[in-house]
Design a protein around this ligand. Structure first.
Ligand code: FDA
Length: 371
């Protein structure tokens, strides 16, 4: 039996970067992945010549120049700028909240006009000490933006009324008084031409990878296969849920191919009314300015999570954070295991932050990679 330096559990971005860099340092790695494909949640799949974001829309954005240069070794990025739209009843608004949104909502033209409406609504509500998310949102942006663009969407995301969600969930609601629909403020942004899976294929090139392989089964019959383990699965599962389950919100995706070339004219359209059951529709071809004759769309539904569902968004409330703290104390005492990635660290990580974290883990193990 081959002996490896590292057994890497999970072929997502974290595990794949670790494997790639460890191999460059002369280490032997085995990557095991319980799904039938590599790339974890950034997996894209070709349908109708379109790269479909199977686990939800993924737009790469970062202000970290080193991370941008790092990821550009593996793919060329296009100039996609995320400019989502929001549908509320019969109306269509630009996001994030900016002068285009306000102009549509109130017929205003100048920043001063928009500011005075928002300030008047905030003043009229008179909320100093918000007791829930509804009050907090109104205190920050006023009643109109809250009711049309935040309320229904947030209630669908959380599966609860905004009046039952704690205020601290929203700390800031960025409002932009320019006609700028770019959702992100980051310096660099784009979509890898050809999809994300190709990036991970390049990272894992020449590395042993076993798909359809669950760590907990695999390790029973291969106990001494590697000197160290990099575990990017759920940390509570690793410790057999000893202190209880860490909780998540889950998602359900309904994907459909349509016999038309353009369904909604934009990659991301949010549905902010509570009556529409899905939160958004993604039209994948628009991430890459596709000209294919057909189109693929995905409706995204926010769902409650149970242990058998795919975990998507960690619920970082006090209960779960305390629980994670207990698991991370166990993890720190677990010799020869590095816990990483969104599941191993129970954290919502954007891709650029996963790259930073994976490179930091490699640096810690094997020496400097990235300044
Ligand atoms: P990831 O989950 O990708 O990989 C972990 C892997 O481990 C999985 O493939 C899993 O199957 C495997 N695994 C788990 N347990 C195992 C076991 N027991 N045995 C074997 N394998 C096991 N970021 C961004 O920058 N821009 C964006 O637009 C978005 N959009 C976005 C949308 C949605 C809906 C979500 C939920 C997330 C985003 N993200 C994002 C975040 C992005 O998805 C995230 O940063 C990376 O996918 C995290 O990579 P990891 O390697 O940490 O986890």
């Amino acid at each position: 039996m081959t002996h490896y330096d590292y057994l890497i559990v999970g072929a997502g971005l974290f595990g794949s970067i670790f494997a790639y860099e460890a191999k460059r340092k002369g280490k032997r790695c085995l990557v095991i992945e319980k799904r039938k494909h590599i790339a974890g949640n950034i997996y894209t799949e070709n349908r109708e010549g379109i790269n479909v974001h199977v686990y939800g829309a993924h737009i790469f954005h970062t202000s970290n120049k080193s991370v941008w240069e790092y990821i550009n070794q593996f793919a060329e990025f296009n100039h996609f700028v995320n400019s989502p739209m929001a549908v509320y009843e019969k109306e269509l608004y630009n996001l994030p909240f900016n002068m285009n949104t306000f102009s549509k909502m109130w017929g205003v033209r100048t920043p001063d006009e928009a500011k005075s409406i928002i300030e008047a609504q905030i003043k009229e509500a008179g909320i100093d000490n918000p007791q829930n998310l509804e009050q907090q949102a109104i205190r920050l942006v006023g009643k109109d933006i809250y009711e049309k663009l935040i309320k229904g969407y947030t209630e669908k995301q959380w599966g609860r009324k905004c009046t039952e969600i704690p205020a601290f969930i929203i700390k800031r609601l960025p409002v932009r008084f320019t006609y700028d629909n770019n959702y992100f403020n980051d310096r660099y942004q784009g979509i890898p031409i050809g999809g994300y899976t190709g990036i991970v294929e390049k990272m894992l090139d020449g590395i042993d990878v076993k798909l359809n392989t669950d760590y907990f089964e695999f390790i029973k019959s291969n106990p001494g296969i590697a000197s160290k383990t990099v575990f990017t699965g759920p940390i509570d599962r690793y410790f057999n849920y000893r202190f209880g389950d860490l909780e998540y919100r889950s998602l359900r995706f309904e994907t459909e191919t349509l016999d038309k070339d353009n369904y909604q004219g934009n990659a991301v359209v949010n549905y902010t009314s509570a009556e529409i059951p899905y939160t958004r529709i993604i039209e994948h071809k628009h991430f890459e300015f596709g000209q294919q004759p057909r189109t693929v769309i995905t409706r995204e539904y926010s769902e409650d999570w149970t242990r058998n569902d795919e975990p998507y968004y960690p619920i970082n409330d006090t209960r779960n954070n305390d629980l994670y703290h207990k698991y991370s104390e166990l993890a720190a005492r677990e010799g020869n295991v590095i816990f990483g990635g969104r599941l191993g660290q129970y954290k919502y990580y954007d891709m650029d932050k996963v790259i930073e974290a994976a490179l930091a883990a490699v640096n810690n193990e094997l020496g400097q990679i990235l300044e």
